[in-house]
Write a protein that binds this ligand. Structure first.
Ligand code: SF4
Length: 296
């Protein structure tokens, strides 16, 4: 298999076949992100993808889900994604679904017909790092879209029958805006009705523009306790019909996972109890980075 540079996948894709279709991220400019800083974006040659699928068919023929890597594989044109799906299904007949990371502009660049065709081809629960429900926070993060654009693309994905997961970064608006950020994030996610929400703290990774912004006093980092306060307020505001709440990444100070709405009170209790068990000096410190120093 070909894996160039860093490869990331969501924790819940641990059993999926990771198939590299690009190197790096086509955006590679989010203020907080260190994941692909040293990787030049490139699309994998089709022959390489075909070779990797053939190798997987030999080594992992029973695989049921493929996760396309790297940073935003959904940036590929729809016809390329459809061609890759066809090759996957031909060589790996047990594959039922295909996932990948996707940016809001990747979705916006596809027509309604293309999104529906991708869903019909098996694309399912694509993972979108929307991160925030506040425009100024999205601009600060240099995400490259507005809340309204995100709302529009979520509605288009629903209309196309293409389910999606969303990532939310709690504590990304700083300590003075915990309630505001939690409420805006909950409102966006409630409207989006994703399959899964992945929550994580904002990390300050070396080598990112965020470090300089903090050093210049342009941003104030939340403490671990403030992060947990925001995660709890965010969860309190969620009104979802059928969604996994995933807060069990290595960077989550109190790991919790459950189904909403069924487990909402149990999740809140676990977060409050977990927060109460953490010593005050740790709550007043900044969140630790994930083991791999990333949000994924
Ligand atoms: S957060 Fe995602 S979209 Fe932003 S630079 Fe990192 S990999 Fe790319």
């Amino acid at each position: 298999m070909h894996y160039d540079g860093m490869t990331f996948r969501p924790p819940y894709e641990a059993r999926s076949l990771l198939l590299q279709v690009t190197r790096g991220c086509s955006h590679n400019a989010c203020t907080f992100c260190s994941m692909y800083r040293d990787v030049n974006f490139a699309v994998s040659p089709l022959e390489e993808i075909v070779d990797d699928i053939a190798e997987a068919a030999w080594a992992y023929p029973q695989v049921r889900r493929v996760f396309l890597v790297n940073g935003d594989a959904f940036c590929l044109p729809a016809d390329a994604l459809l061609n890759i799906a066809e090759i996957i299904h031909e060589a790996l007949p047990n594959v039922q679904t295909i996932g990948c990371y996707a940016r809001i502009p990747n979705v916006a660049a596809k027509t309604d017909e293309e999104l529906a065709a991708l869903a019909a081809a098996g694309y399912d629960n694509i993972n979108i790092g929307v991160e925030s429900g506040l425009d100024d926070v999205l601009a600060f993060m240099n995400k490259g879209y507005t809340v309204e654009e995100a709302r529009r693309q979520f509605a288009r994905l629903h209309a196309a029958g293409l389910p999606f997961n969303v990532n939310i970064i709690n504590a990304a608006a700083g300590p003075k805006r915990i309630a505001e950020h939690a409420a805006a994030n909950a409102a966006l996610v409630n409207e989006a009705q994703p399959t899964l929400i992945f929550v994580s703290p904002l990390h300050v990774d070396p080598g990112t523009p965020l470090v300089g912004l903090i050093e210049r006093g342009a941003f104030e980092e939340c403490t671990l306790g403030q992060y947990l306060e925001e995660e709890i307020t965010f969860l309190e505001g969620l009104e979802l019909d059928d969604c996994v709440f995933f807060g069990a990444h290595v960077s989550n100070p109190v790991p919790v996972t459950g189904w909403l709405p069924r487990d909402k009170q149990a999740l809140l209790s676990a977060l409050r109890d977990g927060m109460a068990s953490i010593p005050r000096e740790q709550l007043d410190a900044h969140p630790a980075k994930g083991a791999e120093g990333s949000l994924r």
